[in-house]
Design a binder for this molecule. Structure first.
Ligand SMILES: [Zn+2]
Length: 79
C-alpha cells in the first residue's frame, strides 16, 4: 500500500517527486517546474537552496495556481 499522494487535491496520480515535505505526481512536478521557471532564474536557484520544509510555502503558493480539472478521471476501477 502506498500512502504517498500528490499534494494537489483531487489528483490521484502516482507520486513522482517530493515538493517540500509533500509529494507531487509527474505531471504536477513538471507544472511546478514550469511555474518556478516563469518566476525567473532567481527563484529557481533560491528554491534549490532551500530545505524541504522551507519549500512548503512555495509549493503551497504554486498549488493554488493549479487547476485539478485537467486531472484524469480515476474513479473507474478495474473489473
Ligand atoms: Zn498530481
Amino acid at each position: 500500500m502506498n500512502d504517498l499522494q500528490c499534494m494537489i487535491q483531487g489528483c490521484q496520480a502516482k507520486v513522482y517527486s517530493p515538493a517540500g515535505t509533500q509529494h507531487v505526481c509527474k505531471e504536477h512536478f513538471l507544472s511546478f517546474l514550469t511555474w518556478r521557471r516563469r518566476k525567473g532564474a532567481q527563484m529557481f536557484v533560491h528554491y534549490a537552496g532551500l530545505s524541504m520544509d522551507q519549500r512548503d510555502p512555495i509549493a503551497a503558493e504554486w498549488s493554488k495556481t493549479v487547476s485539478t480539472v485537467e486531472a484524469p478521471s480515476t474513479t473507474a476501477s478495474k473489473p
